[in-house]
Write a protein of this length. Structure first.
Ligand code: ZN
Length: 444
């Protein structure tokens, strides 16, 4: 009898700790050249050795990104694949085919199976990537409709999430005639303290970091520059030792890529790298946790390096002997996004001085003339494009598009069950394997 009791106690203890928590981190637009560019950007030039990044230490495979109706996916279709295991058409959140019975996302599955669930993003909370984890059957542009889904309840009458951190309160205000009252009804606390989370002790809550879109890392004040890392830190402290599914998106890597703004891109990569490092450290302390990191697609067709101009007298013979170069020094002093630089140039009394102050780059005469004539056009988008053209030329950074492209993206994994993600796979397999890790039996 005693022996039997001991056995059942052991089983109970095992059951209580049996779940695997999942930290799923998505670098929006973070194609393979983003992680290699970041490695070279960060490397200490004074040493012979090439320094490895956290991404290098976690690399495990590659995955495809194509959507149901295009080789080149958008964020909505890609996030649907990553969140549900199903491909959909570009623009759509969730499975649009009404005959498909499987519409659950990994987050929803986790909630129904006793996990705490949370998301932290640097877009609006209802933007394509987070939307695919908490809503279904919408076009990505219908952010207010998506917000309504967020407050829909599970079969047991609970919210599907324990907490959310990100921008875009405006869509919740659009969705609900009295959002505060609705939140109160669900015992949901709303915070609007930017990235100051010190008062947050309990959940459920939504912490709005911006009314609309949060700012770029480069345009944030110094204390909020690593805001994905700040959110990761807070989220993991709230979930510490619990069973949870946490999705974190570094949303703006993609936005900097769309702009073809390399300094902006590297600042977002720095923030994301710090966040992944925090998550990795959490897994070291909590071995029953899986960390999975990937991108939804690559943006901009980023490439680095070009031939060295051998006729340029200002370049030393030593450098010329290298044949090809990426001048990372040209972007290391840039302290604002190209959008902010363009705004400053628009009101500047001395274009040369303003450009030098913001970027560290001395304009060549023809660049000065081009900027001057562009400012005269009074079209801010044309101006920020021209700012990027100059910076990209000085650094030998190349871009093929202002949109997305079709290259495969990397898979990074660490901790419990990470070997499941090894090798080459489709993006839908990532969701399928996360379902498995969360306890769903795979269908034969
Ligand atoms: Zn995307």
């Amino acid at each position: 009898m005693k022996k039997l009791l001991l056995l059942s106690l052991t089983t109970a203890t095992l059951l209580a700790t049996d779940k695997t928590s999942v930290i799923f981190m998505i670098g929006d637009g973070m194609g393979p050249t983003y992680t290699s560019t970041y490695r070279y950007y960060k490397d200490d030039n004074s040493t012979q050795k090439m320094d490895a990044t956290v991404f290098d230490s976690l690399f495990i495979g590659m995955n495809t990104t194509y959507s149901d109706n295009s080789l080149i996916t958008d964020s909505a279709a890609a996030a649907t694949a990553l969140a549900t295991g199903y491909k959909t058409n570009n623009g759509f959140i969730g499975i649009m085919d009404q005959n498909t019975t499987q519409k659950q996302t990994v987050l929803e599955y986790a909630k129904e199976n006793g996990y705490l669930t949370a998301m932290a993003v640097t877009s609006t909370l209802t933007h394509a990537t987070p939307a695919a984890f908490l809503s279904n059957g919408h076009h990505r542009d219908d952010e207010a409709e998506i917000a309504k889904d967020y407050l829909s309840l599970t079969k047991s009458g609970k919210l599907k999430f324990d907490f959310l951190m990100g921008g875009g309160e405006k869509y919740f205000l659009e969705a609900f005639s009295d959002f505060n009252a609705r939140a109160k009804k669900e015992s949901l606390t709303l915070y609007r303290n930017d990235y100051d989370f010190t008062n947050i002790k309990n959940y459920p809550f939504i912490a709005f970091t911006a009314y609309d879109y949060p700012a770029f890392a480069l345009d944030e004040n110094k204390e909020n520059r690593f805001r994905v890392a700040k959110m990761t830190n807070k989220a993991l402290s709230l979930l510490d030792n619990k069973d949870f599914f946490l999705m974190i998106e570094s949303s703006q890597i993609d936005w900097c890529g769309h702009l073809n703004d390399i300094a902006c891109t590297m600042a977002e990569m720095e923030d994301f790298s710090r966040s992944v490092t925090l998550a990795k450290a959490y897994v070291d302390k909590h071995p029953n946790t899986l960390l999975i990191v990937t991108a939804d697609h690559s943006t901009g067709g980023l490439a680095i390096g070009d031939k060295i101009d051998k006729k340029d007298d200002t370049i030393s013979d030593e450098i010329k002997s290298r044949s090809y170069i990426w001048y990372k020094e040209s972007i290391q002093h840039i302290d604002s996004s190209s959008i902010s630089i363009a705004k400053d140039l628009n009101t500047s009394k001395d274009i040369n001085v303003t450009f030098k102050k913001q970027t560290g780059i001395t304009l060549k005469n023809h660049e000065y003339k081009k900027l001057k004539s562009t400012i005269a056009l009074n079209k801010i988008k044309v101006l920020w494009h021209e700012v990027n053209v100059i910076i990209n030329r000085h650094s030998n950074t190349g871009w093929t598009t202002h949109g997305h492209n079709a290259v495969d993206v990397e898979t990074f994994a660490y901790g419990k069950d990470s070997e499941k993600f090894k090798g080459f796979m489709d993006n839908t397999d990532i969701a399928k394997k996360i379902f498995e890790v969360l306890g769903r039996k795979s269908k034969k």
